[in-house]
Write a protein that binds this ligand. Structure first.
Ligand code: M6R
Length: 369
């Protein structure tokens, strides 16, 4: 059942190309236009949406941040992302123009379920991005977009995360199509690039020896920092969460731009810092800014491990180690840059002899508030 792998987590990391591929499958018609019939919401209603609120917890909330960046970029609809348990208890502003998108692997997370129920009571339309057929959250939502990652057994989420991001892209492209915010040719190009992602994930999996070696050499680490900017920010957060959950190491992810507002005080000799680079093609020249963050932490003694796009020459001169991922368009990068960080956490936890499928104190689905 583990498909020849030692742990479910390792298997599920290797399932990721398939998870992304299956989530993309059957979502277009003969002309190449997106059709999300299973949504069960009248497309006309979706064109009335003036605000989106994404609700989720943990890893699923990081997928939500990716969703925000992509949907705002493509659709020009404001998107807020909020942890379900915070949203529910703060008197949030919701009206008929609000679409609440919940993201949950299990579909049973109580915090998210309560938040969705609350949003419905307040008159919002609710859409569930979910990996578990027939679970409670999609059943109670007006619409559902299933991720097709297959059952995820390991407590730490991996393939569901990439499938959630994929589904969020589909939703964003669909809204852009309905609202005519992108030309059909642009949508087709993005879908074509998405279609190449599974092969690119395979390349990362096949070339992961460097990251595994680094992980094995770091079994004594007591703290690891992760920084990223823009779409690299949620990836950094996810890298830190995986390390906490699996290896019980203090790990913190933060937005690279925050560095000088506090976290840089943590840097001293030998502090390991992972940096998720933005694409060198990013339209805001964030690349240069993150390169200077690398220089800043290195100057204070940090060890820098950088996840960057293949061919990113500029970063090579500044980082101790670079883990390369294949090229894709900037907005799709999280589907690739996440993978080395998952492998790092898995390998480090395994080197410490921990049970990666069942980390201490955690449950796969959190069914109490
Ligand atoms: O089933 P859900 O996606 O609603 O679960 C949300 C979180 O509990 C979950 O992502 C958790 O953070 C994982 N252990 C992360 O690896």
């Amino acid at each position: 059942e583990k498909g020849g792998f030692e742990t479910f987590m390792e298997k599920e990391i290797h399932d990721q190309p398939q998870a992304v591929q299956d989530t993309l499958l059957g979502r277009t018609d003969a002309s190449g236009a997106l059709v999300l019939d299973e949504l069960r919401i009248d497309p006309e209603e979706l064109t009335q949406v003036t605000k989106i609120i994404v609700l989720a917890c943990g890893t699923s909330a990081y997928a939500g941040t990716v969703a925000k960046y992509a949907i705002e970029h493509w659709c020009r609809i404001p998107v807020e992302v909020e942890l379900s348990h915070e949203f529910r208890y703060r008197d949030p502003i919701i009206d008929e123009g609000t679409l609440v998108v919940s993201i949950s692997q299990s579909g049973e997370t109580m915090d998210t379920l309560m938040a969705v129920r609350y949003a419905k009571e307040q008159g919002a339309r609710t859409l569930s991005i979910c990996n578990t057929n027939g679970s409670t959250i999609p059943r109670e939502s007006d619409a559902v977009l299933y991720t097709h990652a297959g059952p995820e057994i390991a407590v730490a989420s991996t393939k569901a995360f990439l499938a959630q991001i994929t589904a969020a892209y589909l939703l964003g492209l669909y809204l852009a199509q309905l609202n005519k915010k992108l030309f059909s040719g642009q949508i087709k190009d993005i879908l074509a690039d998405l279609g190449e992602i599974p092969g690119k994930i395979r390349e990362i999996l096949d070339g992961a020896e460097d990251v595994k070696e680094l992980a094995r050499s770091m079994a004594d680490a007591t703290s690891v920092l992760f920084l990223g900017r823009n779409l690299g920010f949620p990836v950094a957060m996810e890298g830190a969460l995986k390390l906490k959950e699996l290896a019980y190491i203090h790990a913190e992810g933060f937005a690279a731009g925050e560095l000088k507002h506090g976290p840089i005080a943590l840097i001293d000799d030998g502090q390991p810092v992972f940096v998720v680079m933005p694409s060198p093609m990013d339209r805001h020249s964030l690349h240069a800014k993150v390169v200077s963050n690398i220089q800043e932490v290195r100057a204070r003694g940090a060890r820098t491990f950088v996840v960057a796009e293949r061919g990113d020459q500029a970063v090579r001169r500044h980082a101790e180690v670079v883990f390369e991922v294949p090229e894709t368009q900037p907005v799709l990068m999280p589907l690739l840059t996440t993978v080395p960080l998952q492998i790092f956490a898995l390998e480090l936890a395994s080197a410490k002899g921990y049970d990666v499928d069942q980390p201490r104190n955690l449950a796969k689905s959190v069914t109490v508030e």
